[in-house]
Ligand binder design. Structure first.
Ligand code: ADP
Ligand code: MG
Length: 251
Protein backbone atom coordinates (compact mmCIF):
# COMPACT_ATOMS: atom_id res chain seq x y z
CA UNK A 1 0.00 0.00 0.00
CA UNK A 2 2.55 2.48 -1.21
CA UNK A 3 1.82 6.07 -0.46
CA UNK A 4 -0.59 5.31 2.34
CA UNK A 5 0.13 5.84 5.99
CA UNK A 6 0.83 8.61 8.39
CA UNK A 7 3.83 10.78 8.98
CA UNK A 8 5.01 11.62 12.47
CA UNK A 9 7.64 14.13 13.42
CA UNK A 10 9.08 13.38 16.81
CA UNK A 11 12.02 15.18 18.30
CA UNK A 12 14.41 13.81 20.85
CA UNK A 13 16.99 15.47 22.99
CA UNK A 14 19.98 13.42 24.00
CA UNK A 15 21.53 13.72 27.44
CA UNK A 16 24.74 15.63 27.85
CA UNK A 17 27.92 13.66 27.29
CA UNK A 18 30.46 13.45 30.13
CA UNK A 19 32.73 15.73 28.13
CA UNK A 20 30.01 18.34 27.79
CA UNK A 21 29.32 18.24 31.53
CA UNK A 22 33.03 18.65 32.31
CA UNK A 23 33.24 21.58 29.94
CA UNK A 24 30.34 23.17 31.82
CA UNK A 25 28.01 23.26 28.82
CA UNK A 26 24.53 24.54 29.61
CA UNK A 27 21.31 22.81 28.66
CA UNK A 28 19.47 25.20 26.39
CA UNK A 29 16.32 23.13 25.84
CA UNK A 30 13.22 23.05 27.96
CA UNK A 31 10.41 20.57 27.35
CA UNK A 32 6.96 21.89 28.21
CA UNK A 33 5.25 19.58 30.70
CA UNK A 34 2.51 17.51 29.03
CA UNK A 35 3.08 19.26 25.69
CA UNK A 36 5.07 18.02 22.69
CA UNK A 37 6.89 21.30 22.66
CA UNK A 38 10.54 22.29 23.06
CA UNK A 39 11.58 25.77 24.05
CA UNK A 40 15.04 26.77 22.89
CA UNK A 41 16.73 29.46 24.89
CA UNK A 42 14.24 31.90 26.35
CA UNK A 43 11.31 31.94 24.00
CA UNK A 44 11.73 29.97 20.79
CA UNK A 45 9.07 27.27 20.97
CA UNK A 46 8.75 24.38 18.49
CA UNK A 47 5.92 21.84 18.46
CA UNK A 48 6.23 18.24 17.22
CA UNK A 49 4.10 15.10 17.32
CA UNK A 50 6.20 13.80 20.20
CA UNK A 51 9.04 15.24 22.20
CA UNK A 52 11.40 13.01 24.11
CA UNK A 53 13.45 14.68 26.79
CA UNK A 54 16.90 13.64 27.93
CA UNK A 55 15.80 10.90 30.30
CA UNK A 56 13.84 8.97 27.63
CA UNK A 57 14.81 5.33 27.23
CA UNK A 58 15.14 3.59 23.89
CA UNK A 59 12.09 1.37 24.41
CA UNK A 60 9.84 4.42 24.88
CA UNK A 61 11.01 5.89 21.59
CA UNK A 62 10.44 2.56 19.86
CA UNK A 63 7.00 2.14 21.43
CA UNK A 64 5.83 5.61 20.45
CA UNK A 65 7.37 5.97 17.00
CA UNK A 66 8.06 2.63 15.37
CA UNK A 67 6.09 -0.24 16.87
CA UNK A 68 2.86 0.53 15.00
CA UNK A 69 4.78 0.99 11.74
CA UNK A 70 6.15 -2.54 11.93
CA UNK A 71 2.68 -3.89 12.73
CA UNK A 72 1.45 -1.97 9.67
CA UNK A 73 3.99 -3.79 7.47
CA UNK A 74 2.13 -7.03 8.14
CA UNK A 75 -0.98 -5.35 6.67
CA UNK A 76 0.98 -4.31 3.59
CA UNK A 77 1.87 -0.75 4.49
CA UNK A 78 5.29 0.66 3.70
CA UNK A 79 7.08 2.26 6.59
CA UNK A 80 10.06 4.56 6.73
CA UNK A 81 11.92 5.74 9.79
CA UNK A 82 14.20 8.62 9.01
CA UNK A 83 16.59 10.22 11.48
CA UNK A 84 18.15 13.53 10.76
CA UNK A 85 20.07 16.06 12.76
CA UNK A 86 23.54 17.45 13.08
CA UNK A 87 26.56 15.27 13.78
CA UNK A 88 26.59 14.26 17.43
CA UNK A 89 22.85 14.75 17.96
CA UNK A 90 22.27 11.02 18.54
CA UNK A 91 21.06 9.56 15.21
CA UNK A 92 23.32 6.50 15.26
CA UNK A 93 22.61 5.83 18.93
CA UNK A 94 18.84 6.11 18.48
CA UNK A 95 18.72 4.08 15.27
CA UNK A 96 20.99 1.49 16.91
CA UNK A 97 23.61 1.09 14.23
CA UNK A 98 26.64 1.96 16.31
CA UNK A 99 27.03 -1.63 17.58
CA UNK A 100 28.87 -0.51 20.67
CA UNK A 101 29.83 -3.74 22.44
CA UNK A 102 29.21 -2.15 25.83
CA UNK A 103 25.52 -1.42 25.37
CA UNK A 104 22.91 -3.51 27.14
CA UNK A 105 19.55 -4.85 25.94
CA UNK A 106 17.71 -1.78 27.20
CA UNK A 107 19.92 0.47 25.10
CA UNK A 108 19.17 -1.30 21.80
CA UNK A 109 18.13 1.18 19.15
CA UNK A 110 15.26 1.34 16.68
CA UNK A 111 16.60 -0.94 13.92
CA UNK A 112 17.56 -3.95 16.09
CA UNK A 113 14.21 -3.58 17.91
CA UNK A 114 12.33 -3.41 14.60
CA UNK A 115 14.16 -6.51 13.31
CA UNK A 116 13.33 -8.47 16.47
CA UNK A 117 9.73 -7.27 16.30
CA UNK A 118 9.43 -8.32 12.65
CA UNK A 119 10.70 -11.85 13.21
CA UNK A 120 8.68 -12.25 16.41
CA UNK A 121 5.59 -11.09 14.46
CA UNK A 122 6.29 -13.67 11.75
CA UNK A 123 6.61 -16.45 14.30
CA UNK A 124 3.41 -15.38 16.09
CA UNK A 125 1.45 -15.32 12.84
CA UNK A 126 2.69 -18.71 11.75
CA UNK A 127 1.95 -20.18 15.16
CA UNK A 128 -1.54 -18.64 15.35
CA UNK A 129 -2.41 -20.04 11.89
CA UNK A 130 -1.20 -23.51 12.93
CA UNK A 131 -3.25 -23.40 16.12
CA UNK A 132 -6.37 -22.24 14.26
CA UNK A 133 -5.92 -24.85 11.53
CA UNK A 134 -5.55 -22.15 8.86
CA UNK A 135 -3.01 -22.15 6.02
CA UNK A 136 0.31 -21.10 7.53
CA UNK A 137 1.57 -17.90 5.85
CA UNK A 138 4.97 -17.99 4.21
CA UNK A 139 7.33 -15.12 4.64
CA UNK A 140 10.25 -14.07 2.48
CA UNK A 141 12.46 -11.40 3.89
CA UNK A 142 15.32 -9.65 2.21
CA UNK A 143 17.46 -6.64 2.93
CA UNK A 144 19.35 -3.95 1.07
CA UNK A 145 21.83 -1.49 2.50
CA UNK A 146 22.83 1.63 0.61
CA UNK A 147 25.01 4.54 1.45
CA UNK A 148 24.69 7.95 -0.14
CA UNK A 149 28.02 9.61 -0.19
CA UNK A 150 28.71 12.85 -2.04
CA UNK A 151 25.84 12.18 -4.46
CA UNK A 152 27.15 8.66 -5.10
CA UNK A 153 25.17 5.58 -4.12
CA UNK A 154 27.31 2.86 -2.55
CA UNK A 155 26.04 -0.70 -2.17
CA UNK A 156 27.16 -1.71 1.31
CA UNK A 157 26.29 -5.38 0.64
CA UNK A 158 28.42 -5.56 -2.48
CA UNK A 159 31.40 -7.54 -1.25
CA UNK A 160 32.78 -8.19 -4.73
CA UNK A 161 34.69 -4.94 -4.82
CA UNK A 162 36.42 -2.94 -2.15
CA UNK A 163 34.77 0.18 -0.79
CA UNK A 164 36.99 2.51 -2.77
CA UNK A 165 36.12 0.77 -6.04
CA UNK A 166 32.43 0.74 -5.15
CA UNK A 167 32.49 4.46 -4.53
CA UNK A 168 34.32 5.26 -7.71
CA UNK A 169 32.03 3.25 -9.91
CA UNK A 170 28.75 2.36 -8.34
CA UNK A 171 26.67 -0.32 -10.04
CA UNK A 172 23.52 1.15 -8.51
CA UNK A 173 21.32 3.28 -10.72
CA UNK A 174 18.55 5.60 -9.57
CA UNK A 175 15.50 5.89 -11.82
CA UNK A 176 12.27 7.79 -11.78
CA UNK A 177 9.08 6.14 -12.98
CA UNK A 178 6.25 7.81 -14.91
CA UNK A 179 4.45 8.84 -11.73
CA UNK A 180 7.55 10.45 -10.23
CA UNK A 181 8.41 7.53 -7.93
CA UNK A 182 12.09 6.93 -7.33
CA UNK A 183 13.51 3.43 -7.47
CA UNK A 184 16.94 1.82 -7.60
CA UNK A 185 18.33 -0.84 -9.90
CA UNK A 186 21.34 -3.10 -9.40
CA UNK A 187 21.27 -3.17 -5.61
CA UNK A 188 22.50 -6.35 -3.87
CA UNK A 189 19.58 -8.07 -2.16
CA UNK A 190 20.27 -10.44 0.71
CA UNK A 191 17.75 -13.07 1.62
CA UNK A 192 17.48 -13.29 5.42
CA UNK A 193 15.95 -16.02 7.58
CA UNK A 194 16.33 -14.86 11.16
CA UNK A 195 16.70 -11.77 13.32
CA UNK A 196 20.29 -12.73 14.14
CA UNK A 197 21.12 -13.03 10.44
CA UNK A 198 19.56 -9.65 9.73
CA UNK A 199 21.53 -7.98 12.54
CA UNK A 200 24.68 -9.61 11.20
CA UNK A 201 23.99 -8.15 7.73
CA UNK A 202 23.40 -4.74 9.27
CA UNK A 203 26.65 -5.00 11.25
CA UNK A 204 28.72 -6.00 8.25
CA UNK A 205 27.29 -3.21 6.14
CA UNK A 206 27.74 -0.65 8.91
CA UNK A 207 31.33 -1.80 9.36
CA UNK A 208 32.07 -1.36 5.70
CA UNK A 209 30.64 2.14 6.01
CA UNK A 210 32.62 3.14 9.09
CA UNK A 211 35.90 1.77 7.76
CA UNK A 212 35.46 3.71 4.57
CA UNK A 213 34.77 6.92 6.45
CA UNK A 214 37.85 6.49 8.60
CA UNK A 215 40.09 5.62 5.68
CA UNK A 216 38.93 8.58 3.70
CA UNK A 217 38.87 10.78 6.76
CA UNK A 218 35.52 12.27 5.89
CA UNK A 219 33.02 13.73 8.28
CA UNK A 220 30.22 11.36 9.05
CA UNK A 221 27.67 14.03 8.15
CA UNK A 222 28.60 13.67 4.50
CA UNK A 223 27.28 10.15 4.29
CA UNK A 224 23.78 8.82 4.72
CA UNK A 225 22.74 5.21 4.99
CA UNK A 226 19.47 3.55 3.99
CA UNK A 227 18.70 0.07 5.31
CA UNK A 228 15.68 -1.47 3.58
CA UNK A 229 13.79 -4.59 4.58
CA UNK A 230 11.33 -6.17 2.14
CA UNK A 231 8.73 -8.40 3.69
CA UNK A 232 6.70 -10.65 1.42
CA UNK A 233 3.84 -12.52 3.04
CA UNK A 234 2.05 -15.22 1.04
CA UNK A 235 -1.05 -16.90 2.33
CA UNK A 236 -2.63 -19.68 0.30
CA UNK A 237 -6.40 -19.56 0.66
CA UNK A 238 -8.72 -22.50 0.05
CA UNK A 239 -10.31 -22.50 -3.45
CA UNK A 240 -13.78 -21.60 -2.18
CA UNK A 241 -12.30 -18.52 -0.57
CA UNK A 242 -10.02 -16.88 -3.09
CA UNK A 243 -8.62 -18.46 -6.22
CA UNK A 244 -5.28 -16.66 -6.26
CA UNK A 245 -2.68 -16.38 -3.52
CA UNK A 246 -2.82 -13.20 -1.55
CA UNK A 247 0.46 -11.43 -1.62
CA UNK A 248 1.27 -8.67 0.77
CA UNK A 249 4.56 -6.92 0.43
CA UNK A 250 5.98 -4.00 2.24
CA UNK A 251 9.36 -2.53 2.79
P1 ADP B 1 25.11 11.16 15.34
O1 ADP B 1 24.98 9.79 14.75
O2 ADP B 1 23.86 11.97 15.20
O3 ADP B 1 26.31 11.88 14.84
P2 ADP B 1 25.65 9.73 17.82
O4 ADP B 1 24.51 8.78 17.80
O5 ADP B 1 26.98 9.21 17.43
O6 ADP B 1 25.30 11.02 16.94
O7 ADP B 1 25.68 10.37 19.29
C1 ADP B 1 26.73 11.19 19.75
C2 ADP B 1 27.14 10.74 21.14
O8 ADP B 1 26.05 10.88 22.05
C3 ADP B 1 27.55 9.29 21.21
O9 ADP B 1 28.63 9.18 22.11
C4 ADP B 1 26.32 8.58 21.77
O10 ADP B 1 26.66 7.40 22.47
C5 ADP B 1 25.75 9.64 22.70
N1 ADP B 1 24.28 9.56 22.80
C6 ADP B 1 23.39 9.87 21.84
N2 ADP B 1 22.13 9.72 22.25
C7 ADP B 1 22.21 9.27 23.53
C8 ADP B 1 21.26 8.91 24.53
N3 ADP B 1 19.93 8.98 24.30
N4 ADP B 1 21.71 8.50 25.73
C9 ADP B 1 23.02 8.42 25.98
N5 ADP B 1 23.99 8.75 25.09
C10 ADP B 1 23.60 9.18 23.87
MG1 MG C 1 26.12 8.87 13.28
Amino acid sequence: KIGQGACVFPRWIRPQLAREKIEGCHICTYVMPAEPQVVLGKDKAFTYDFVFDMDTQQDAIYGHCTESLIEGCFQGYNATVFAYGQTGSGKTYTMGTGFDVNIGEDELGIIPRAVNHLFRGIEERRQAATEQGKPVPEFKINAQFLELYNEEVVDLFDTARDVEARRQKSSVRIHEDASGGIYTVGVTTRSVNSAAEMIQCLKLGALSRTTASTQMNVQSSRSHAIFTIHLCQVRMCSPDNVSAPLRVAAS
